[in-house]
Design a protein around this ligand. Structure first.
Ligand code: ATP
Ligand code: MG
Length: 269
């Protein structure tokens, strides 16, 4: 089976392919899968994300940008901010995660739904190659959080365990809810506005991690110059219900416009 997949990976994607970028992104995940740190379930999750990305038009929409401002404000105001990474996030956005963590002074923690010592080690190694140490490895002191079962309970005692603000991306709803129950402010990057994660998070960024982390780095550079009072104001006036509502309305409006647009039909070139 692996041989078949390996052969498929090396098929050259022509740069003039209309979906070149999307195909390159898929390749990154397949590479991560072959390297053994992206799980097959992660590939399925990506397909789900792509479907929602079509619905928002594969761009950062206004409600997502609004959520990013609140999220960056929360990270900058936090005492112990942590960015949680899994296989998909490492495959798609590792350099931007590192950059954002630097800008907001956050720790990075490997936290896996399908945790195995080997996957943790491989993801940590990706960061180490870039000169960055991460929390949540088996060398780290691990604490258990209530609410979740078995391996999924393990978090770093210096990281998520004591964090007041946790950023999760491409995360499972159950874990997002568990973090909220522990009283943490949870920022989620999730393309599906209807997922449990999107609905349980304190701040939901409905955007692709490929765009979202990059954009948040820019926003962090901007907000770092502003007085603390202004950051508090951005955070305290933020309303996540409004964000989710506006994302759904955006999708409705967009689909209606598309339905009425004759250009929807692609004529053969
Ligand atoms: P939930 O558990 O939150 O109800 P789920 O079970 O459908 O959601 P999970 O596999 O637990 O999905 O979480 C993955 C989430 O990440 C999905 O909502 C998916 O749409 C989203 N996702 C996948 N790829 C990306 C991406 N590249 N950027 C942002 N979000 C993504
Ligand atoms: Mg899930």
């Amino acid at each position: 089976m692996l041989n078949v997949v390996q052969r498929m990976v090396f098929v050259e994607i022509p740069p003039d392919h209309p979906r070149y970028l999307s195909l390159k992104i898929r390749e990154k995940l397949v590479e991560g899968f072959l390297e053994g740190y992206v799980v097959p379930q992660g590939l399925i999750a990506h397909g789900r994300g792509e479907a929602f990305d079509y619905l928002i038009g594969e761009e950062t929409i206004e409600p997502a940008r609004r959520a990013m401002y609140a999220a960056v404000a929360a990270l900058l105001l936090a005492r112990h901010p942590v960015i949680s990474v899994n296989g998909n996030v490492a495959a798609l956005a590792i350099d931007d995660v590192i950059e954002l963590a630097r800008e907001v002074n956050a720790k990075i923690e490997v936290n896996l739904f399908y945790r195995t010592p080997e996957r943790v080690r491989k993801i940590a190694e990706k960061f180490r190659e870039r000169g960055v140490e991460v929390l949540g490895t088996d060398d780290d002191e691990l604490c258990t959080i209530p609410e979740l079962h078995s391996e999924r309970r393990k978090v770093s005692c210096r990281g998520i365990y004591i964090a007041d603000v946790v950023l999760v991306a491409i995360e499972d709803g159950d874990r997002t809810e568990a973090l909220r129950k522990l009283g943490k402010l949870v920022i989620a990057i999730d393309l599906n506005p209807l997922s449990r994660t999107a609905r349980a998070a304190s701040i939901t960024i409905v955007d692709n991690v490929v765009r979202a982390f990059k954009e948040m780095v820019k926003i962090a550079r901007e907000l770092k110059q502003r007085p603390r009072q202004e950051l508090e104001n951005i955070l305290h006036t933020y309303d996540n219900y409004r964000t989710l509502r506006d994302v759904l309305l955006y999708i409705c409006d967009r689909l209606r416009r598309l339905a009425e647009d004759r250009g929807l039909v692609i004529e053969p070139r």
